[in-house]
Design a protein around this ligand. Structure first.
Ligand code: SF4
Length: 199
């Protein structure tokens, strides 16, 4: 069996967070082929993603794909060609405050981390797009979103890293004109990488 397919089977069978007592909804969400050269990494799927079994499927996906369209990718081609995943792969449920989804705990992130490591090892993306604070910190370190978005870094593995805010939680953050300017810069980096690397 193809190693990525075997990994996907192991992720789908995983119940680690449930066994550790976290109220996740089983049904991990990710997509993309082993040949993907771009990998988008979000925080965790939302309820619309789990229902559809498709990453970035709901309103957050519409905003993400609008940004990617500005960089020159159409959604259908991007979904078929590139890889979409998350720091934790199962829906964590609603936040206790009732506002939005629960942020996965450090322990859930630790339990799921080997799967993301394996995805990175098997897919070997040239460009990484972490979206939202949790994913950005995973790849860029302990920085504020406003410090990271708008930059284009090269990591130790030689991968280009272009952080974006999380499209589902970006509205408030995007109210600030300087943050909208940061997203415009990030989209510019993605467009240049897409053209230069023929992605
Ligand atoms: S979030 Fe990750 S570690 Fe937790 S149950 Fe789902 S696949 Fe397993």
């Amino acid at each position: 069996m193809n190693p990525l397919t075997a990994l996907h089977d192991r992720i789908r069978a995983c119940r680690r967070c449930l066994e550790a007592g976290y109220p996740i909804t089983p049904g991990p969400v990710f997509s993309g082929p082993a040949t993907a050269r771009v990998m988008v990494v979000g925080q965790a799927p939302g309820v619309t993603e789990v229902r559809a079994g498709r990453p970035f499927n709901g309103p957050s996906g519409r905003r993400l794909f609008r940004w990617l369209a500005e960089a020159g990718w159409d959604e259908e081609t991007f979904r078929a060609t590139h890889y979409l995943t998350a720091v934790t792969k199962c829906y964590p449920g609603k936040a206790p405050t009732g506002k939005g989804d629960r942020v996965p705990t450090r322990e859930e992130q630790r339990l799921c981390a080997p799967f993301l490591e394996e995805e990175l090892r098997l897919v070997r993306p040239e460009v990484l797009i972490p979206v939202g604070g949790l994913a950005v910190r995973r790849f860029v370190g302990p920085v504020r979103l406003s410090e990271a978005v708008g930059t284009c870094l090269r990591d130790e593995e030689g991968r280009w890293v272009v952080p974006l805010p999380h499209p589902s939680g970006a509205s408030l953050w995007l109210n600030r004109p300087e943050n909208r300017e940061r997203v415009v810069r990030a989209i510019g980096h993605l467009r240049r990488l897409r053209e230069a690397l023929d992605l």
